[in-house]
Design a protein. Sequence first.
Length: 389
Amino acid sequence: MTKETGIFAIFKREWLRISSSKICIWGIFVAPLLSMIILLWMMSSGLPSRIPIAVVDLDNTTTTRTLIRQLDAFEKTDIKYKSLSFREARQQMERMEIYAILTIPKDFTKDAISGNRPKLVYYTNNAFLISGSLLFQDLKTISTLASAAVGLQTAEAKGFTENQIMPILQPITIDAHPLGNPWLNYSVYLNNILMPGILQLIILMFTVSCFGSEIKAGSGRNLMAMGDNSILKVIVGKLLPYTIIYTGIAFFFISIFYYINKFPLHSGFWPMFLNYLCLILAAQAMGVILLGIFRNYRLSLSIASLIGMVSFSITGFSFSTLAMDGSLSALSNFFPLRHFFLIYVDQALNGIPVGYSMYQYAALLAFVLLATFFFGVIRKMLTDNIYEE
């Protein structure tokens, strides 16, 4: 009986390998879906609210009590404790019962009215970045409001009208309209990049592994024979099952994010689906490139995991590449997730014509073209079938 060869034979062989491997099932199917469920659940409220803080009011006047009520009315702040001393409040913060402390000094109202410029002191726990940042905004706002309220009272006592006072207290009125994510929803901001980033990390590691494991198992020559000694047939047959699976996962992500959770998607389904598909192909190509460059299964796998993790920080969604050092800003273009992020911003958030994103689509597909230069190295590795520890 003639042994079946060609792309379809390798495809079926790889599909059986995936379905019979617990690592593949957990890593390819369970990990991204479980990550999405956990992240969406953690950020289901969109923005943290009612974060507990403590207030140490050493003045205890009508003005300071009004100030405390105004702060407690903010959506993100919950005045959980009114401590009698800063020491007590600090102990509560050390026990992680609160995330910020506002201290109002003694004679605050008296000094404010007399023009002695008293200080409101507040402490935030920035070990918890999101809660610390949000509370800092609220405390800074209430400090500004307190200053304005005292200034208003002082000026009114001197006989000025409110219309005369307000241009001095607030010469510029800010009317903010956040673009793309007007709700300031952290789930929109983070999950649209975290999940593709996790998917890219999984693709990089399993792409390296699907070829490296053949060398480790000593089956590289058999695989080449099954592919009629054509490295193109081998690579297409090996990667096609993964491409189909990853595309299905991407389709699931898009459905959950944009059609169930109603995240912004101004340019419609197809530009974003094409973005995911290009990311999948680029990440697979990157896996081939890494194996071709380092020519060592274990080292390539380690570098793939490193690149997958660095992608989260160098992409530019948490810290702008414009503010990075010039070399790092240039280096970010060698990470597929960077181009995915730029397409996402242009197509999903801003909704500009898709033609403006063609450079980024081309950049993702360029990884596929670059990978073809390493096909000969992969062929030699499979043919020689020498596994190096």
